[in-house]
Design a protein around this ligand. Structure first.
Ligand SMILES: Cc1cc2nc3c(=O)[nH]c(=O)nc-3n(C[C@H](O)[C@H](O)[C@H](O)COP(=O)(O)O)c2cc1C
Length: 178
């Protein structure tokens, strides 16, 4: 079983999540590879896909959308699991907002998406440039200031648990999620 964990990142924290998921799958005997969507021209040879993106200005990084559009025929009806890394989830009713607005269903039409999930991400204001600060100030779609979420909020236990569940499904050790 070959699984591709493909990610879109601006500051690297989503890449680290992808690496963690990939190592967790490997511990279950799955041949998993984590790769930046920018470096993936084809998805040939993989049996399943785990896709993850950071969110900017209320939407996925454009790299992920472009990747899905160009590789959808190659993914066909193989299983896909999707996650987003964001900070909006940390606000009150954040998860509901993320599920409603950040999951970009159109681009997933016709694909075999087994599960979509959102994780809290990482934002270091001292690492974002002035353009990004402007985007954050003007286009972050939350109800509070994004500067309230300056830190690393990734929950590695939750991420590991999700990866373990996917590994179980893909290797037939556990029932598929709904
Ligand atoms: C310029 C900018 C805009 C962002 N806009 C949003 C947003 O609209 N909603 C949100 O939930 N998170 C937003 N974030 C937070 C990122 O999605 C989050 O920090 C993510 O973990 C970053 O992943 P990365 O390190 O892989 O780039 C923004 C971050 C930056 C730098």
């Amino acid at each position: 079983m070959k699984v591709l964990v493909a990610y879109a990142t601006a500051h690297g924290s989503t890449a680290e999540v992808a690496e963690r998921i990939s190592s967790a799958l490997q511990k279950h005997g799955i041949n998993a590879t984590a790769a930046n969507v920018q470096n993936l021209a084809s998805v040939e040879g993989y049996d399943a896909f785990i896709l993850g993106t950071a969110v900017h200005a209320g939407t996925w990084l454009p790299d992920m959308t472009a990747f899905i559009k160009r590789t959808a025929p190659g993914m066909g009806l193989k299983p896909i699991y999707l996650w987003v890394n964001c900070i909006r989830i940390l606000e009150q009713f954040g998860y509901d907002h993320v599920v409603e607005y950040y999951m970009v269903p159109e681009v997933l039409d016709g694909l075999n998406v087994r599960e979509k999930i959102a994780f809290a991400g990482k934002l270091r204001l001292d690492e974002v440039d002035w353009n990004e600060r402007w985007t954050l100030a003007a286009r972050y779609d939350g109800a509070t200031w994004p500067s309230n979420f300056d830190g690393d909020f990734r929950d590695w236990d939750k991420i590991g648990e999700w990866a373990g569940k996917i590994a179980g499904e893909l290797t037939g050790e556990a029932p598929k999620s709904q």
